[in-house]
Design a protein around this ligand. Structure first.
Ligand code: HEC
Length: 152
């Protein structure tokens, strides 16, 4: 009799655990689906510049200094990403690499500045308090070509 009572009593508890587990699984699945909805349309990225011999020091650093380093410099860099040296650019952010050598369009950094993919990651962030303007298609094309050429 006592055993039976225990079994009856325990049952609702266990199904509670199952329900909680099911809810967690469906929540995680829907979060995953939410993420997949962000499509990255690479055709929207401005074409790579035809300039050859592009280097970080000569061509790219001036762009980053003007439009990025305020938030990605040595003082509390956002996303733990610094863009004030070539080494730091290669190191990437707290989420990992932001450039893939020889593949400008496939690099997160280029997608962010070209405003494709997740709007939360558009760079510089639209309407930032510092009033830093978006990069021009020419600047984006130059950064893209720089990475296509191996990001020297
Ligand atoms: C006003 C501040 C600000 C400026 C200016 C700015 N960023 Fe950012 N950036 C952020 C913040 C905040 C994050 C972190 C976003 C997050 O964690 O969701 C970030 C993150 C990033 C990331 C990492 C994305 C990832 O998924 O790892 C890249 C790449 C990036 N910025 C590139 C740039 C570039 C290139 C410029 C200049 C053209 C720039 N940012 C200018 C604030 C800024």
């Amino acid at each position: 009799m006592r055993n039976r009572f225990e079994r009856v009593r325990r049952k609702p508890c266990r199904s509670g655990v199952y329900i909680a587990a099911l809810m967690a699984v469906s929540l995680l699945t829907s979060l995953g689906a939410e993420k997949l909805k962000v499509t990255v349309d690479l055709s929207k990225i401005p074409p790579a510049s035809r300039q050859t011999g592009i280097t970080y020091a000569q061509d790219i650093k001036p762009i980053f200094d003007k439009s990025c380093v305020r938030c990605h410099g040595e003082h509390k860099p956002k996303g733990h990403l610094r863009l004030d040296s070539l080494e730091a650019v290669f190191k990437g952010s707290e989420d990992g690499k932001v450039i893939v050598s020889w593949n400008g369009a496939g690099s997160v950094l280029v997608q962010n500045i070209a405003h494709v993919g997740d709007p939360d990651d558009y760079m510089p962030p639209p309407k930032n308090k510092a009033g830093i303007a978006p990069l021009t298609p020419q600047q984006i094309g130059l950064v893209r070509a720089w990475i296509d050429q191996g990001a020297q």
